[in-house]
Design a protein. Sequence first.
Length: 665
Amino acid sequence: MNEIDIVRAVTEEGYQISPQAVELIKLSNSPENLLKYILSTIDDCVFVIEPEHVDLKDFEASKTVSGIISGTSPGTVSQMDSGKIPSPALEPADSHMMKAFDPSLDALKDPSLNALKESGLTLGVESDAISAFEISGSNTGIGLNIPSSKSLAPHSVADSVADSVPGSVASSIAGSVADSITDSVAGSLSNPVYSSVSSRSAEKPASSFFGHPGSPSVSSSNRVSSADSLFSNQGNAFPSNSRDEGVRYVPGRNPVTVLSDITGHSTCVGEYMQFVQYFRDRYSRLSEIIRSRTNARPIESLKRKSFRRGSDGGTEELSIIGMVSDISSTTNGHKILSLEDPTGSFSVLIRNSDKELFELASRLLLDEVIGVTGSVTNDGKLMLATKIIQPDVPNSVQRRTGSHGKAVLISDVHVGSSQFMEDAWLDFLDFLKGESDSEDMREIASQVRYLVVAGDLVDGIGIYPDQEMELDILDVYEQYRKAAEYFKEVPEHIHVIISPGNHDAVRQAEPQPALPERICADFPKNVTFVGNPALVDLDGVQILIYHGRSIDDLVASVPGVSYQEPAGAVLEMLKRRHLAPTYGSRVSISPEKKDYFIIDPVPDIIHTGHVHTLGVQRYKNVLLVNSGTWQAQTEFQKRVNLMPVPARVPVVDLADFDVKILAFD
Ligand code: D5M
Ligand code: FE
Ligand code: ZN
């Protein structure tokens, strides 16, 4: 059990832990059991586990412990961890380097807060006072104008369940579960096994990402109930090795290491606890990234007066990290976010007078994980935000260097479609074979080491209504046989990596595993099949391959993101460090143990497709490429005015990340 496992296991239970305590636990000859023991016996009012809570007596230390404890008094945050693991239980309130909330400044510029002042209430600030300028009477208990059906109920699992047949898990969950189970050819969505899974999950309360009890009022406990605990429900409480699953090395002149891939590792059977565990993994890993930049506290602690008061008794600013479970607007046009962490949920007010903050809040998506800094009202029910922090990419992120040659990035080939542009595709194959007419093209071709396909290799069958009207090849296996023939033309030294998309013959729920053996068998040896998404190392350059179905969601919900500039959507993913932030929209997400959509580590390249348009952007040393398509405009695309960019190929130089777009139309 390493440090990360210990910290994760602790935070999943709603606690934090000091590095000294982590070191002590590591010294035990049975760290897992020791940690379970600590977590099951620790006093409820403790937030930070310190060395004093670690009793090695019954969990014999394998090494001497004296050096660890001496020199650091319990509760002192060492240099190593300062800013990472706050110890609010032991630090005096005034030691936090936080800006005091100054009601005389921003707050008074806000007309609604002026209204509040006029209403005779001081800026102390009670949330009841806020209700003086908003409509009161909702069932949130804080008097704000949050639509009652949404109030404090997290979006994802709760919403999905909400509109389902009573007593069963919502269609979106059932769909993803179903897909997870079948692992087979797309289109088998009506398999009866799904309904039995849904009804098995039916009795469980599902109002929370983290398995909080079903009631909209937040539990006073700072941890999930023992029935929902990972420790009580799972044989192995610590997913310690899950992170290493899927590492696969494919040697050769142009080697490939598959670093992260669901293929062969799907654990999902669709039980309620798996959704809870999925969201916990998402939260704990994304919050860890944010925690390196802000000193956040567990949400539960905001409800304690002592934690939200400065030394002078006034309101001080503090930070929390939560998953966005609801976004709503007040009648005065302010925004209310509901944030949830493993210890509870909290409402956050974003005032529209703070233009920059409000603009950022307008781009937030349900289920993304953010940090928020602000001051809490006296009754401990509302935070007035002054800052929103997304996980983002550190400025210091370095590009991996020292590689050479070129990687050709394509997607959305759609073999089998009557709109498949075979002539252009054959020209492309000629280019790869070094048979282009132009000398320059032959020179580029001679440097190509990798060809990466980000999904929709074939058009498939039954993906959209009336699709068969636009198919040249009606049998999906025939489509793959045709594709295999094409790939036999690609020179052997070029290592081809194929990842599936929503038209391919694997489960529709993401993460999708690699194409099945029956299909792969027809392809030549230089093809490596991976899942979707997949993080792959191309001889020293890390590329994250994702088909990009979530781009449809991002275009629909983030202002300024469009199909014409698809790399902009990928940029939004990168800022959230997540490939599919919103659960339950167009992307059907299977609740795996590990959240495969988290962008960690930061890759050198993110390669997406799906929307059939081309886009290249750079953001803090990360190259974002959305490759186009080999399919001309379909009837559907005509109807929605989607102009595809076919037969254009981005070629990335692996030494300097320069991108050239080659045209084959
Ligand atoms: O998706 C190509 C793009 O077109 C992607 O943005 C989805 C959209 N699309 C295409 N056909 C449909 C239908 N029938 N309904 C909804 N959205 C559609 P691709 O995955 O390549 O088909
Ligand atoms: Fe496509
Ligand atoms: Zn697609």
